[in-house]
Design a protein around this ligand. Structure first.
Ligand code: HAM
Length: 410
């Protein structure tokens, strides 16, 4: 038996159909917010990520030499591609609101909620440095959570790298990287390592704790803090999901300049569902034009885990009707009937085997169809259909029109 590669997934219909509905919900919300769909290549030059994404992503790339001797990679994230797309078109009218839902690849250790190939929705606003752009992308993320039925199960955690810079200055911290590391891993590292790292920072444990708990902001006067507070206030005004300030959110990617945020399950038992922030410099590094941007990436894997945990992972789009065929006249008639059903938007499957009628109906019931239409010589001559409820076993004759109405409304 050939084996599947580690960190990759097969999607069988029972899960794929739910996945499609979830992706449809994500896309619908983006469109409702006025975002327009874009897409990019699956392979990019490795250079695109150097100095932008940061060491972690560089180490996780699925890179290889192509036949022309170029060092290329399967795309690990969308942001650098998006920046390249915007940087190379000076004619674009700003601000842009763009989204994409695509596959990305990272050679990381597979674990719950993390794969080597995953889908990620990206939604970004490019060309506005106003805090209202931050609020808009956050409202979109919150609305997606709400539409998926997860509104009360998740929270948005927000911070700001420029605010953290103010704190670093205020406390005279020289080892900025150590502080970032400590904040990022706070729940993961042991007490002894914590003590050592705090020692390196040259600040008291109490001061560090005031950063961890967020209390430090009461001592601080900073326009970056005011901006963050305004973003939180306006986010609450729209009101989708819970939001909290968490200075431990620093994010792994190198390009963020100020606002940074993540969505987590309330108990923080899973991995981050979504992550993003403001990145004001990438595009100008490419074309010299100041094009501030803010956006997020939302993966499919943790959303799936959470929906499953909450019992919300089920097919809403039950397959509607299966046409069973009794004889040759029934087969001929089935082309007309199935076409009429499909033209009326009814999901219609039809027997494609030589099985007898009993076996066809048995198959339809096992496959989870609620109704089977039965077509034979009698239905053909009477110009009607027989319809069987596969759950109760009841069966009726009715006109095609009546059957269409019944199926459309069931
Ligand atoms: P990121 O934090 O690397 O940010 O990824 C964002 C989200 O993508 C994560 O919270 C997670 O849901 C999902 N994700 C990431 N890696 C994996 C994986 N290996 N398996 C499954 N899901 C994963 C970015 O990618 C930024 N480019 C997002 C962004 C857009 N920032 C601004 N605009």
């Amino acid at each position: 038996m050939p084996e599947r590669l580690r960190g990759f997934r097969d999607f069988y219909p029972e899960d794929q159909e739910i996945r499609r509905e979830i992706f449809d919900t994500m896309r619908d919300e983006c469109r409702k917010f006025g975002f327009r769909e874009v897409d990019g290549p699956s392979i990019e030059s490795v250079d695109l990520y150097a100095h932008k994404s940061g060491e972690e992503i560089m180490a996780q790339m699925f890179n290889f030499m192509d036949k022309g001797g170029r060092e290329v990679t399967l795309v690990p994230e969308f942001t650098p591609t998006l920046a390249r797309m915007v940087a190379s078109r000076k004619d674009l009218i700003k601000p842009l609101k763009w989204y994409t839902l695509a596959k990305f690849w990272r050679y990381e250790e597979p674990q719950s909620g993390r794969f080597r190939e995953f889908y990620q929705l990206n939604a970004d606003i490019l060309g506005s440095d106003s805090l209202h752009a931050d609020v808009e992308v956050l409202n979109l993320a919150g609305s997606i959570m709400k539409s998926l039925g997860l509104g009360s199960k998740v929270k948005l955690k927000i911070s700001s790298r420029s605010l953290l810079e103010d704190i670093i200055k205020y406390l005279n911290i020289e080892k900025k990287d150590t502080l970032y590391y400590l904040l990022d891993r706070w729940v993961k590292i042991n007490e002894k390592d914590k003590e050592n790292l705090i020692g390196e920072l040259g600040i008291s444990k109490e001061k560090l704790e005031s950063i961890i708990t967020g209390k430090i902001i009461n001592e601080l006067k900073s326009s970056n803090l005011d901006r963050l507070m305004k973003i939180m206030d306006e986010f609450n005004e729209y009101g989708t999901i819970k939001i909290e300030l968490d200075l431990k959110i620093v994010r792994g990617l190198a390009y963020y300049t100020s606002t940074v945020f993540e969505i987590w399950d309330l108990e923080e038992k899973m991995r981050a569902i979504m992550g993003g922030g403001r990145y004001d410099n990438i595009i100008s590094q490419m074309n010299g034009d100041y094009t501030p941007a803010v956006g997020f990436g939302m993966g499919d894997a943790v959303v799936e885990n959470l929906l499953k945990r909450e019992g919300l992972w089920y097919e809403k789009d039950k397959r509607r009707v299966f046409i069973s065929i009794a004889d040759d006249k029934g087969r001929k008639y089935s082309y007309y009937v199935s076409k009429m059903f499909r033209e009326n938007g009814i999901i219609t499957d039809v027997n494609v085997t030589e099985r007898n009628l009993g076996k066809q109906i048995e198959y339809a019931a096992k496959m989870g169809f609620k109704y089977s239409i039965i077509l034979g010589e009698r239905e053909f001559s009477n110009k009607n259909v027989s319809i069987r409820d596969l759950i109760t076993g009841e069966q009726w004759s009715m006109s095609l029109e009546e059957a269409i109405n019944k199926l459309k409304n069931s």
